[in-house]
Write a protein that binds this ligand. Sequence first.
Ligand code: PBG
Length: 324
Amino acid sequence: MNFPTTRLRRMRYSDVTRNMIRETELTANDLVMPLFVCPGENVKNPISSMPGNSQLSVDLLVKECKRLYDMGVQSVLLFGIPESKDEHGHVACNDEGIVQKAMRAIKKEVPNLYLIADICNCEYTTHGHCGTIVDGDVDNDLTLETLASQSVSLVKNGADMVAPSDMMDGRVARIREALDEAGYTKTPIMSYSAKYASAFYGPFREAAESAPQFGNRATYQMDPANTDEALREVELDIFEGADVVMVKPALSYLDVINRVKTEFNMPVAAYNVSGEFSMVKAAAANGWIDEKRIVKEILTSIKRAGADIIISYHTQDIISDLKR
Ligand code: PBG
């Protein structure tokens, strides 16, 4: 049917028809808010490159979780800044670790908030790499052991889901095995399956104090130029038992999100990372953009590309505008 019989503008004249045919609607159910927990009491260290986000000590973190939950946030992703670091990140595998303590405290005060634990070594190692170093590089198979024990300890202390972000080969299978052996057969794994070696993580590394002290993460995180490799990563993780597969970052990788969603019948998560967040905040602070509208558009585009779950630092700013 051609013009003038067909006029696509007809359905755009009324709010009602626009609302009726909208394909993608962002809801509060889609969003996860990342949070950073640090040692001490009554500590709030604002993260300068991520306005509105801070490292919080456990007591303040619990209050923040309560505030977020009351606003409609259903789930948070926790990152820890430990008191001390070691060569292998063993400090993350301890029931008295910072995230373990935080989770116990949150579960007491805000029991229905769904807690996701990031599983990785980079915040806990002196060298800032995501695993155990042998001959100047991260040793894959040794790292699997710390990831497995970190996972078990976090679930034991309140994590409802674990999310390994290290990019070691075989970690989903190893973590699944360790959780099952410990009796946690019901705890899902959300794997950072296609995690790219991205400059968009810059602000996060300030927030989590996790920048590598030598070299970079190119031997374990993916080359931003590749998508076939992303599908192989996802396929392996599904085979190893991942319940959710993640693409990260989100905005420069919408094509990857879309390929993953169309090729596999799997829940897909996307991480709208720190650099993506900071760029929006910087432009908004200059009065160059309408922040609310931009954020809604960005998050809707990530969902439209195929993401079921969106992890975003914008969550707290947008959640009250969204339906459940
Ligand atoms: C840890 C981890 C990183 C992020 C999440 N988990 C940083 C990294 O790989 O260097 C980045 C999150 C963000 O930028 O918001 N491995």
